[in-house]
Design a protein around this ligand. Structure first.
Ligand SMILES: Nc1nc2c(ncn2[C@@H]2O[C@H](COP(=O)(O)OP(=O)(O)OP(=O)(O)O)[C@@H](O)[C@H]2O)c(=O)[nH]1
Length: 205
């Protein structure tokens, strides 16, 4: 059982639990605002802030912790397609586990199919589900690759994630230009330079 920041805990939740979690987060966020000496009682802008933040964390930006995986219809690769395809960019909307501030960027995926295919929108659904949790970028990339590999059983899989971390922009080193790139190459993409080159050429623009 894992309750790590980037774990999905949907299978541990009973009906009604998500409402309880959201109410708890709201109560504690109000305590944070109180601790920051913000008088939310006499300011209409922050009066509903604890409630808004709780909704944002539980239902939006960290929904990938609480919601079950999206439905992914699989079909057989009946025509025996044996060519590289790629898709992207897929928008990254995540948060770093250290400061809980946004990580935004883009993902590209390359597949040399095996026996299974999935609809291309499902790559986006799965990426959104995994990324909407507090993460380390390295782990997010690995988690997405594992998820896609488990579902597609491809002959080759490539995942490239480029992102900007607001914990380095908004605060801390305050560096506005730094992009982190993580990439995972498996199967044919790991073994063959020609395959990697073909994938890179496909996503170049
Ligand atoms: N490897 C990795 N590091 C990350 C990621 N997101 C944030 N970090 C880094 O995690 C580190 C946390 O360092 P700490 O020293 O505990 O935190 P801090 O004092 O706020 O660090 P500064 O950001 O340097 O001010 C920082 O260097 C962040 O830049 C990520 O996805 N991957």
């Amino acid at each position: 059982m894992s309750f790590a920041p980037n774990a999905n805990i949907a299978k541990h939740l009973l009906p009604g639990d998500i409402e309880v979690i959201q109410t708890e987060v709201e109560r504690h966020m109000q305590a944070v605002l109180d601790a920051l000496v913000i008088d939310t009682n006499h300011d209409h802008n922050t009066q509903g802030t604890a409630k808004r933040i709780a909704k944002m964390y539980v239902r939006e930006v960290f929904a990938g912790r609480f919601e079950a995986a999206p439905e992914v219809t699989e079909c057989q690769n009946d025509s025996g397609l044996d060519a590289v395809y790629s898709l992207g960019p897929i928008a990254v909307r995540s948060a770093c586990a250290h400061h809980l501030v946004p990580v935004t960027g883009r993902i590209w995926v390359g597949v040399l199919p095996g026996d299974k295919l999935i609809g291309i929108s499902k790559f986006v659904r799965l990426a959104n589900w995994i990324l909407s949790r507090p993460h380390l970028q390295e782990e997010a990339t690995l988690m997405l690759a594992d998820e896609l590999e488990g579902r597609l059983k491809p002959k080759g899989l490539a995942v490239v994630l480029k992102a900007q971390h607001q914990c380095m922009v908004w605060r801390g080193v305050r560096e506005t230009g730094t992009i982190m790139t993580t990439s995972i190459m498996r199967g044919a993409f790991r073994d063959s330079k020609a395959m990697r080159t073909e994938f890179m050429a496909q996503i170049k623009d």
